[in-house]
Ligand binder design. Structure first.
Ligand SMILES: *Cc1c(COP(=O)(O)O)cnc(C)c1O
Length: 382
């Protein structure tokens, strides 16, 4: 099976993790801080706070933004459920906004239309690794006094108008799940230029306690104060060892993903009715996903192509069904289908083709070959 995404682990990654395992610290030791410092430096941000997952990072961002009951937070209709779940964890209400059907990114015009006097924040999701239109989103956020949060779980390594992802929003959230741009197994990070927001997230990830174990040791003091309700959302030294070593190869990973995307672009020109998602000018893409639309004039439908390709051991996938169509959202938020028509329409056409740095040219040729065959009506009937 050629999967849609997978990690790339080398000998050095393994050596670094083993070394950490043999050190005095397994959980919050010196490597957590080093990984955060290095991550801040690579993304050009002032502060980076690690957490145990991308979901925890989003939850921490909502907490730092002081989202609470009665507050509305704008999220795109097409994203992973964790984006809007994080709003609900803090008692807020996610407000789904339709996406641009060409890019699956938030459409700033439609964002503006959904703003009410209860809106507190906008979450921009860099779908597939392509940065959102941050210039327009920043303008809207400033005009209405909203916090701009980036769900950059797909886009580490991307650049928007000369600025790296990680510096584009007030709070920028990353995931280190194995299919994401770099991995720590599970893991996440929030970057910000605000020392106040960074402090809040640090406290939040460790039970709401004002000082961590190392700070208490250094101060030779056993007392701590829990000042608010927090969680155990800490990343470990073991994971940070892997993160540091992966971060060193981020540029290589991003370049490789862009090479593969260019090859897909080229080969797909020969397939009628199959189009990659559009790319806005002025940004470099991180290509976490390579998503195509199986259009009507391909003569096939997405689910049939999906099944035909899966039967041939191509691990194609679909990212994502509009979040509010999940039963939890339909039941709890009483959202009806039809809320975001563009998202619902494009959802029926999208297919994620395999994309990961260790994918070979032969793998890619096989994917495109089987895609071509799968579009053929005779094979679909099988
Ligand atoms: C992966 C992902 C998350 C959640 O990250 P985890 O590390 O799996 O918790 C959130 N949002 C998006 C868009 C993602 O792709």
């Amino acid at each position: 099976m050629i999967p849609y995404g997978r990690q790339s682990i080398d000998e050095e990654d393994i050596r670094n993790v083993v070394e950490a395992l043999e050190s005095d610290w397994l959980t919050t030791g010196p490597l957590v801080q080093r990984f955060e410092d290095e991550f801040a430096s690579v993304t050009g941000s002032l502060f980076a706070v690690s957490l145990s997952s991308g979901t925890a990072a989003l939850h921490g961002a909502m907490n730092a933004a002081q989202i609470g009951p009665g507050d509305e937070v704008i999220v795109p209709a097409i994203t992973f459920v964790a984006t809007s779940n994080a709003v609900i964890y803090e008692g807020g209400t996610p407000v789904f906004v339709d996406v641009d059907p060409d890019t699956l990114l938030l459409d700033p015009k439609q964002v503006r239309e959904k703003i009410t006097d209860r809106t507190r924040a906008i979450v921009a999701v860099d779908f597939g690794g392509q940065p959102c239109d941050y210039e327009s989103l920043r303008e809207i956020a400033d005009e209405y006094g909203l916090i701009l949060i980036a769900d950059a779980c797909h886009s580490l390594g991307a650049i928007y108008r000369g600025k790296p992802v990680g510096t584009l929003a007030d709070l920028n959230c990353f995931s280190f799940h194995p299919v994401k741009p770099i991995t720590t197994g599970e893991g996440g990070m929030v970057t910000t230029k605000s020392p106040r927001l960074a402090e809040r997230i640090k406290r939040f990830r460790s039970h709401g306690i004002d000082r961590d174990f190392r700070q208490r040791t250094q101060a030779a003091c056993h007392r701590y104060d829990m000042v608010e309700l927090g969680y155990n959302y800490r990343l470990t030294d073991l994971q940070s060892a892997l993160g540091l070593s992966q971060l060193g190869r981020l540029n290589h990973f991003t370049l490789r993903r862009n090479e593969l995307a260019a090859q897909y672009d080229h080969l797909l020109k020969g397939i009628h009715g199959v189009e990659p998602l559009a790319r806005a000018p002025g940004a470099t893409h991180a290509f976490h996903l390579y998503v195509v639309k199986i259009g009507e004039d391909s003569g096939a439908n997405r689910d049939q192509v999906f099944q035909a390709m899966r039967r041939q051991e191509i691990g194609v996938n679909v990212h994502y069904r509009p979040v509010y169509l999940n039963s939890y959202y339909r039941n709890e938020l009483e959202i009806l289908p039809g809320l975001c028509p563009q998202a619902e329409k494009v959802y029926a056409e999208i297919l994620s083709l395999p994309m990961y740095p260790t994918m070979t040219e032969a793998d890619l040729l096989r994917v495109v070959d089987i895609l071509g065959v799968s579009l053929n009506a005779k094979n679909l009937a099988a």
